[in-house]
Design a protein around this ligand. Structure first.
Ligand code: ADP
Length: 658
C-alpha cells in the first residue's frame, strides 16, 4: 500500500482501511486525476504495480480501452456526480484464455465544506461469481423455460395424440361393437335360418358353425361335429360325391348349386335316402383368398315324395280319364280362356287337335239347352256349388247329336293360380238312347194299358152300382179292385205325363183360383189313404193365383202322398200356404225319415229314388217329384226342400201369382 503525502487525511489510517476493504479501491484527486491511493486489489485489477501511485490516471492507464473510464472520472471530478456501474463486463485473459468478469464500479466525489470536490473514491467489486451464478441461473431458467415450452408443445402433441388415440379407441370400440353386432347377427342368422347352414374352414373343411336344421338333416349333434373336419365328423359321406364337390369348390372358387340332389344321410344307426337342394359358396378373405365354404342345405325329401305321389295320382287320374273316355275342361275365370282335352273336342265334334274357344264349345250346345247350361254354370260359380248337367251337343264337323254329362265346380283363386271352373264331361249318348227306348216303351205300354184299365174301372164301377145285389164280401173285394185300379191309373198317368213331357206335349191350362181351396181338396183326398197321420192345414187365407189348377193339385197331392209314405210312424203333417213378394208359396212339412243333403237336387230328376233301409220297403218309380219339378218349371216357379235326416222334411214350391 502506498500513500500520497498531499492527502489531508490520516494516510496511515486510510491505507489500513483500504487494505481491509473487500473491494478494489483507489483514491484520486486534482483535475489531473492523480492516483493518490490504491489498494492491492485495485492495482491487480488494473494489471499494474504500485508504481502507478502518484501518477496521473491517464499516464498510469494509457491503454485505449481505459480512455472511456478516465473521461468518466474526469466528469465525476468536474460535476461531483456519482458514477455507478453494476455488473459491468470486462474481458480478461486468464491462463491464455479470454474470460468475462463482472464488476460493480462506483466513483464517488468527496466534497469539503465549500462543496468543492477534493477527492474521488473509486471502488471496484468483483461480482463475477454472483453474476455468473445469476447467469447460470438465468440460463437454467431459460433452459427450463425452453424445456417447459418443449414440454408444453410435447404436452399439446401428447394431448393431440391422446385425443387421436381416444378417437381411434372410440372408432375401434365402434368397430368392435359393430363387429360384435355383425357376429351376433351372423350367429343369429345361422341359428334362426330355416335352412341348414354350416361353414367349413380351410382345405381340411373344419366344421366351424352349424345350426339346428343342418344338425337335423345330418342326424348329428353339435358336439359330434364342431371343430372336426367334415370327413371325420360325417363318415357316412365316404363314397358319396359330396366331399369331391366341396373340394372342387374350395380349389376352383366356383360356387356350386345342386338341385334335388340325392344323398344318404345318417339315421340312427343306419342311413336314409334323402333329397336336398344345396349351395356350396366359397368364402374369401379381404385379399380374395379362399378361406372356407358356406354350405346351405334345404331338405326336400318330403316335397319330392309328395310330388311323386302327386305325379302317380295324376298318372292314375289320366289313365282313368282316358279309359273312361272323359273329356276334361278348364275355364280361366279371369280371361275366360278354355283349356280342353282332345277327347272333349272330339265329343263336341271337333278334330282332337283343333284349337277351340269357350264360345266355340258353347255354340255346339243344343240351342234348347244353351241358356239352361249357362245359367247352371253361373249359379255354380256364384254359389260355389258343384255343377252337374246333362245336355245334347251338335258335332261341329259331323253335325251329329251327342248327349253329354258335364260335372264341374269352381276352384277359387290360389297364389299363382287364377280362379277357374273345371270339370269332366262324358259322352252319355248310348245311355240316353237306351233311356229313350225305355221311355218310348213305357209310353207305348202305358198308352196301351190305359184303355183296358179304363174299361176295367168302368166294369167295376157298374158292378158296384148294383152292390145291393151282391154280398158284402164281393162288394169289399170290388172296392179293393177299384182302389188298385185307381193306383195303376195314377201310375200310368205318371208315365204318360213323363212321355208327354219328353215330347213337349204338356200344355198348361191356366185359370185364377183360390189356392187354399185347392189345398183343402187335396188334403181331404189324401186323408182317405191314411189313418195314422193327421193332416193340419195351417193357413186358410184366401189367396188367389193364376195357374193350371189340376197340375198344381197334382204337385200338392204328390207332396202329401210322399209325406205320408216317408213318415212310417204316426205323426202330423203340416200344410201351409202364404203370399210373399208376388209369389204364392206352398209348404208340406212331415216328421218322417228326412233326405240326405246330397240327394236334395237329385230327387227332382227322373226315376231317382233314394236307396236306403228306410225306402227299401216303400214302393215307387221316382217320377213323382220329377213331374212336380217340370210342372213348376213350366209355371216359371221354383221347387225345393229343407230336410234334416231322421227329423223330417219340408217340400215347397213357389209360383208367380200372375
Ligand atoms: P217315389 O216316391 O215314387 O219313389 P218321387 O219322385 O215322388 O218318387 O220321390 C223321389 C224320392 O224322393 C223318393 O224315392 C224318396 O226317396 C224321396 N222322397 C220324396 N218325398 C220324401 C219325403 N217326404 N221324405 C223323405 N223322402 C222323400
Amino acid at each position: 500500500m502506498s500513500l500520497s503525502s498531499t492527502l489531508p487525511l490520516d494516510n496511515r489510517l486510510l491505507s489500513e482501511i483500504l487494505a481491509l476493504s473487500r473491494d478494489a479501491t483507489a483514491i484520486y484527486s486534482g483535475e489531473e486525476i492523480v492516483i493518490r491511493m490504491a489498494n492491492d486489489k485495485m492495482i491487480r485489477f488494473w494489471g499494474k504495480n504500485s508504481d502507478v501511485i502518484g501518477l496521473h490516471l491517464a499516464a498510469a492507464l494509457p491503454e485505449p480501452e481505459q480512455q472511456e473510464f478516465i473521461a468518466m472520472i474526469r466528469n465525476v471530478w468536474c460535476t461531483g456526480n456519482v458514477y455507478h456501474a453494476v455488473e459491468k463486463p470486462v474481458l480478461r485473459q486468464v491462463n491464455g484464455r479470454i474470460e468475462t468478469f463482472y464488476f460493480d464500479i462506483t466513483c464517488r466525489a468527496l466534497k469539503d465544506d465549500n462543496s468543492n470536490v477534493f477527492c474521488i473514491i473509486h471502488t471496484v467489486t468483483d461480482v463475477t461469481p454472483r453474476v455468473k451464478l445469476h447467469l447460470t441461473l438465468k440460463e437454467k431458467e431459460h433452459e427450463r423455460f425452453l424445456l417447459n415450452e418443449k414440454l408444453a408443445v410435447s404436452y399439446n402433441d401428447l394431448s393431440q395424440a391422446n385425443k387421436e388415440l381416444t378417437e381411434m379407441q372410440e372408432q375401434m370400440s365402434g368397430l368392435h361393437t359393430r363387429l360384435a353386432d355383425s357376429e351376433a347377427l351372423f350367429k343369429n342368422i345361422f341359428a334362426q335360418a330355416p335352412l341348414g347352414l354350416t361353414w367349413l374352414r380351410g382345405p381340411e373343411m373344419i366344421i366351424e358353425e352349424v345350426n339346428d336344421p343342418i344338425l337335423k338333416i345330418w342326424g348329428r349333434t353339435a358336439p359330434e361335429v364342431l371343430g372336426k373336419p367334415i370327413r371325420k365328423a360325417r363318415p357316412e359321406l365316404e363314397g358319396q360325391t359330396i366331399l369331391d364337390r366341396l373340394h372342387r369348390v374350395y380349389s376352383t372358387g366356383i360356387i356350386e348349386v345342386n338341385a334335388e340332389y340325392r344323398v344318404l344321410l345318417k339315421d340312427g344307426d343306419g342311413l336314409r335316402e334323402a333329397y336336398v337342394n344345396s349351395v356350396y359358396s366359397p368364402l374369401r378373405d379381404s385379399a380374395g383368398k379362399i378361406q372356407g365354404i358356406l354350405v346351405i342345405i334345404d331338405e326336400i325329401t318330403e316335397r319330392i315324395a309328395e310330388r311323386q305321389r302327386r305325379e302317380l295320382m295324376e298318372e292314375q287320374f289320366r289313365i282313368s280319364v282316358e279309359s273312361a273316355e272323359l273329356g276334361t275342361w278348364f275355364v280361366n275365370l279371369d280371361t275366360h280362356e278354355l283349356i280342353s282335352s282332345p277327347r272333349l273336342r272330339e265329343i263336341f265334334g271337333f278334330h282332337p287337335d283343333d284349337e277351340i274357344t269357350l264360345t266355340d264349345a258353347v255354340n255346339q250346345i243344343h240351342e234348347d239347352y244353351r241358356t239352361a247350361v249357362s245359367t247352371a254354370i253361373h249359379a255354380a260359380i256364384e254359389n260355389e256349388t258343384s255343377y252337374d248337367m246333362e245336355y245334347p251337343v251338335i258335332g261341329y264337323h259331323d253335325g251329329k247329336l251327342r248327349w253329354v254329362r258335364a260335372t264341374g265346380k269352381l276352384f277359387p283363386p290360389k297364389p299363382g293360380h287364377p280362379p277357374h271352373f273345371s270339370g269332366v264331361l262324358t259322352d252319355i249318348t248310348q245311355r240316353k238312347t237306351e233311356e229313350k227306348r225305355k221311355h218310348d216303351f213305357i209310353a207305348i205300354a202305358s198308352h196301351e194299358l190305359k184303355t183296358p184299365l179304363t174299361s176295367a174301372k168302368a166294369y167295376v164301377q157298374i158292378l158296384l152300382k148294383h152292390r145291393a145285389r151282391l154280398d158284402n164280401n164281393a162288394v169289399n173285394m170290388l172296392e179293393k179292385v177299384e182302389g188298385q185300379i185307381g193306383k195303376m191309373h195314377s201310375i200310368i198317368r205318371g208315365f204318360l205325363d213323363v212321355a208327354r213331357l219328353d215330347s213337349s206335349e204338356i200344355q198348361l191350362n191356366k185359370n185364377s183360383f183360390i189356392i187354399s181351396e185347392l189345398l183343402e181338396e187335396c188334403v181331404s183326398e189324401a186323408s182317405l189313404f191314411t189313418r195314422r197321420h193327421e193332416l193340419v192345414v195351417q193357413n186358410t187365407d184366401t189367396i188367389s193365383v193364376i195357374a193350371d189348377r189340376e197340375k198344381i193339385g197334382q204337385v200338392i197331392t204328390n207332396f202329401l202322398s210322399n209325406a205320408i209314405k216317408y213318415s212310417p210312424t204316426e205323426g202330423k203333417i203340416f200344410i201351409n200356404c202364404q203370399e210373399e213378394n208376388g209369389y204364392v208359396s206352398v209348404y208340406v212339412t212331415d216328421l218322417g225319415i228326412g233326405v240326405h243333403p246330397g240327394d236334395h237336387q237329385k230327387l227332382f230328376t227322373r226315376f231317382y229314388r233314394v236307396e236306403n233301409q228306410h225306402t227299401q220297403t216303400i214302393s215307387g218309380f221316382g217320377i213323382g217329384l220329377y213331374l212336380c219339378a217340370e210342372i213348376i218349371r213350366l209355371h216359371h216357379g221354383t221347387i225345393g226342400l229343407d230336410s234334416v235326416m231322421g227329423q223330417g222334411s219340408t217340400f215347397y214350391f213357389k209360383l208367380p201369382k200372375n
